[in-house]
Design a protein. Structure first.
Length: 226
């Protein structure tokens, strides 16, 4: 576990720098890198900053998603739509390297199975957020998906609209070479403390799955840490 704390207005740039460093390292080590993206306002700003960082060989980066809402790719709630505007349209990333979750497929289980077949065994860099309820990706407290050990992508129901989603499962997070968790604001302070300091309880605080990752926090989100 590692944490870095900064001012709120510096968080997106810090996250972008750490993502870029990890991608470059993976490309040097493995000749390619896989990047799994999160949705949300804070990650969006990080992706916009990432697009401005030079020296990333985007032809060697394959992009995946940690979760997606069951909406078309042009929908305002689509994580893909956000990432496309914030990152994909701003860097020389080949279309063939972008692996979208076909979450609008009415057969959610078929969509989940198709996506887990695409996922690499181990993601190089996984970007995650954390909700005020402690969720990450679309793994919400008490979700049956938190008990999954075999399937790597599952249909799930979220507490906020749109409720139908597809999400990676715990084994994908646990296998990632590096999880980068981004959190800002006072509303995240309590779940951050639970995820990093309390006895690990994935059912109540799913973001604890990434406890051993790199946590990038603003001062408000880090307020309850020692």
């Amino acid at each position: 576990m590692a944490t870095e704390v900064c001012e709120s207005n510096q968080l997106a740039l810090l996250a972008a720098e750490r993502i870029a460093e990890a991608l470059k390292k993976a490309i040097i080590t493995d000749s390619a890198a896989s990047l799994a993206l999160a949705g949300g306002t804070t990650p969006r700003a990080a992706y916009e900053a990432l697009a401005k960082i030079p020296g990333i060989d985007w032809s060697k980066v394959s992009v995946y998603f940690g979760d997606e809402r069951a909406v078309p790719p042009t929908h305002a709630d689509s994580n893909f739509s956000m990432a496309k505007a914030a990152l994909f349209e701003r860097v020389p990333l080949p279309q063939a390297n972008i692996h979208r979750i076909i979450a609008e497929n009415p057969d959610q289980d078929a969509a989940a199975r198709a996506y887990e077949a695409l996922l690499p065994t181990r993601i190089s860099v996984m970007v995650l957020g954390i909700g005020e309820d402690g969720h990450t990706a679309s793994l919400f407290p008490g979700s049956p998906a938190l008990d999954e050990r075999t399937r790597r992508v599952l249909p799930v129901i979220g507490p906020k609209p749109p409720p139908q989603r597809l999400s990676i499962t715990p084994p994908v997070i646990e296998a990632a070479q590096l999880c980068i968790v981004i959190a800002n604001g006072a509303g995240k302070a309590e779940p951050v403390r639970r995820a990093l300091k309390d006895p690990l309880d994935i059912q109540s605080t799913p973001s604890g799955l990434a406890r051993n990752g790199l946590w990038l926090l603003d001062h408000a989100a880090a307020a309850l840490l020692d």
